[in-house]
Design a protein around this ligand. Structure first.
Ligand code: HEC
Ligand code: HEC
Length: 226
């Protein structure tokens, strides 16, 4: 009886191709982790290196996936077997080479004449008016999911702070991504991991950055798709 059960489980897992990597792709992990670079949480390759050769690594990491903490969401709905498969895959990624960071820069002149440099473009050409696809995508997402609390076109709302101000007073892309993915549930800020991807939130950041610098106008900005 027992042998039969195990056999059936193994078969159905193989049939669904549920190995660790697929399970990770199907969960919210990719909102916060990447193979070879830090997103909100550490790179899988970093985790693999950190725990290489440690006997209790698998149990410790599986418990972390179950319980979360320190900015990571808990995953009580996964089975022990699923968490173990995920850990097995993560621990096998030590050899991944570190990702190459892009280091281009883009210069903009603000309305008061101040020059600023960004590491991503806001506009297709020069100082506008057509925004990039990424910024336009950020505008659309912002005005679908964030505007309700943070105000239409990032102008500040009743329920959440003015995000233009957050960026103007020094909030970096990395912090923005962390708060957006992890949320601050006690303060009324939802967690977006699993619903929005890393790229989605970075695009929202780009849009809000453009608004914060008063380079991207309120309302629907002209875009390269127009
Ligand atoms: C909301 C963002 C977020 C999500 C979603 C998330 N993680 Fe994490 N994860 C983190 C952060 C942040 C840390 C570092 C926590 C700490 O230092 O205590 C972390 C830590 C970990 C660690 C332990 C690293 C260590 O060195 O101890 C593992 C393993 C891990 N995550 C795997 C996963 C897997 C697998 C998933 C999906 C099932 C997932 N995470 C989903 C943010 C996230
Ligand atoms: C249900 C209301 C609500 C929605 C929807 C919401 N937020 Fe928030 N958000 C808040 C609140 C409230 C805070 C302030 C939390 C605090 O007091 O620390 C906040 C804070 C933040 C902060 C940190 C700002 C700072 O200065 O520390 C960021 C970044 C953020 N939100 C991004 C987003 C993004 C991106 C979206 C859309 C994907 C979004 N929020 C949607 C309520 C919301």
């Amino acid at each position: 009886m027992r042998a039969l059960l195990i056999c059936a489980t193994t078969l159905s897992m193989a049939a669904l191709g549920q190995d660790g990597q697929k399970l990770i792709q199907g969960s919210d992990c990719s909102s916060c982790h990447a193979l070879d670079r830090q997103v909100v949480g550490p790179a899988y390759s970093e985790i693999a290196k950190r725990y290489a050769g440690q006997a209790d690594a698998a149990n410790k990491l599986a418990a972390k996936i179950r319980d979360g903490g320190g900015g990571m969401t808990p995953h009580p709905d996964l089975t022990d077997a699923q968490r173990a498969e995920m850990v097995k895959w993560i621990l096998s990624q030590a050899a991944a080479a570190p990702g190459q960071a892009e280091s281009k820069s883009y210069d903009y002149t603000l309305k008061d004449g101040t020059k600023v440099q960004l590491d991503f473009p806001l506009f297709v050409e020069g100082n506008g008016p057509k925004v990039t696809k990424d910024v336009f995508h950020g505008y659309q997402l912002y005005n679908s999911y964030c505007y309700r609390c943070h105000g239409t076109d990032a102008t500040g709302g009743q329920l959440g702070p003015d995000l233009r101000r957050s960026l103007a007073t020094g909030m970096k892309q990395q912090d923005f991504l962390s708060v957006a993915m992890t949320g601050r549930k006690e303060q009324g800020m939802p967690a977006w991991a699993g619903f929005l991807s890393e790229k989605d939130v970075v695009d929202i950041f780009k849009y809000v950055k453009g608004r914060s610098l008063d380079l991207v106008p309120s309302g629907r900005p002209p875009s390269e798709q127009d």
